[in-house]
Write a protein that binds this ligand. Structure first.
Ligand SMILES: NC(=O)c1ccc[n+]([C@@H]2O[C@H](COP(=O)([O-])OP(=O)(O)OC[C@H]3O[C@@H](n4cnc5c(N)ncnc54)[C@H](OP(=O)(O)O)[C@@H]3O)[C@@H](O)[C@H]2O)c1
Length: 315
């Protein structure tokens, strides 16, 4: 009997890691989660500790793996204080470098390494931003994305294909996902257009995120790949569909000032809501990836139906 393919997920104890672990485990893969502490929620596969910096026992899992996925990173949903900004950088750059070293030193390096990046690497835009023609922006979040992608390429790894996942906001079930935070606002009638609602929202359903990871493991793509649904839409339309999915007719609009205040109270940053993100997954589409949820109203209706049935807890 041949042993199952091994997927190593660094930073896999979080919202996306758990979803990917379930997906690949259902496909029959041997899933190994590498993180500083085990997930609070039960998840499939094995768990191995690391500190995100030094080599250790965990590096043995990298050798002979069929694929490595790195999702480690301190959440960006916080105030951008000097300490938090430092943590946002180091949690991404140190972990990426640690994986690069482990892959370089492995006798049997994995054929593919997918590393998280961010769709927010593009400038705030009202026009489509593709991998080939999109314009890189500026500011803190963009700098994080650029350094993250540069760290992925630091080592000379001739036997490993590398992909930077420029992922949009992922909507799915789980208490630490964005949806668990925004659902109550919709249900309370607070999900009206934000600062006029003209800024674009790029998003992806968690199932398509997991399917895109599977597709990229099997494909021959290397370099940056936009992992986002093909139909971004203005904030006002995004929120209207979200409210409708919850059956809430009321959506009180909010000004940019109010959002800044709300973000400060919730220890977050207004940029997360106000920047116009128009990411288009050109490379995925060109290579034949088919989205199960290309359109937001259908995606959010399906997700809300699932939340109504099982809730966010336990995922
Ligand atoms: N969710 C989204 O919508 C989205 C969109 C675009 C990009 N991304 C990126 O995708 C990655 C995963 O997202 P997620 O939503 O799954 O995030 P998450 O739930 O916050 O999980 C992040 C993971 O990073 C690890 N981590 C946190 N701080 C760390 C540190 N200082 N050093 C080392 N590891 C640390 C955590 O594991 P331990 O604490 O156990 O080590 C956890 O497994 C993140 O890098 C995020 O920026 C997410």
């Amino acid at each position: 009997m041949t042993s199952p393919h091994r997927l190593v997920i660094a930073g896999g104890s979080g919202f996306l890691g758990r979803a990917v672990a379930r997906h690949f485990s259902d496909l029959g893969w041997d899933v190994v989660t590498v993180s500083r502490s085990p997930s609070a929620v039960s998840m499939p596969g094995r768990w191995v500790r690391w500190h995100g910096l030094r080599q250790g026992e965990w590096a043995r899992e990298v050798g002979g793996a069929a694929a490595v996925l790195n999702l480690a990173g301190r959440t960006v949903n916080c105030r951008y204080t000097a300490q938090n900004m430092l943590d946002i950088y180091t949690s991404r750059l140190d972990t990426t470098r640690a994986l690069g070293t482990a892959i370089r030193d492995a006798a049997a390096p994995p054929p593919v390494w997918l590393n998280s990046s961010t769709g927010t690497i593009y400038r705030g835009a009202q026009t489509p931003q593709t991998e080939a023609a999109g314009e890189i922006g500026d500011g803190f979040s963009v700098d994080v994305g650029q350094r993250w992608e540069a760290a992925l390429l630091e080592e000379d790894l001739p036997r490993t294909r590398r992909v930077a996942l420029r992922t949009a906001m992922v909507y799915g079930l789980g208490t630490d996902g964005v949806m668990a935070t925004t659902d109550p606002l919709m249900r309370l009638g607070l999900g009206g257009p934000m600062a006029g609602g003209g800024q674009y929202v790029s998003w992806i359903h968690e199932r398509d995120f997991c399917r895109a990871v599977e597709f990229l493991v099997d494909s021959e793509l290397a370099g940056p790949v936009n992992v986002s649904a093909p139909q971004p839409l203005p904030n006002r339309d995004f929120l209207r569909a979200y409210r409708e999915a919850w059956g809430m007719p009321l959506g009180i609009p909010s000004t940019a000032g109010l959002i800044g205040l709300g973000a400060a109270v919730m220890r977050s940053e207004a940029e997360l809501l106000l920047k116009s993100r128009y990411t288009v997954p050109e490379r995925l589409l060109q290579t034949g990836f088919e989205f199960e949820y290309p359109s937001w109203p259908e995606a959010i209706a399906a997700l809300v139906a699932e939340v109504r049935e099982v809730g966010h807890a336990g995922r």
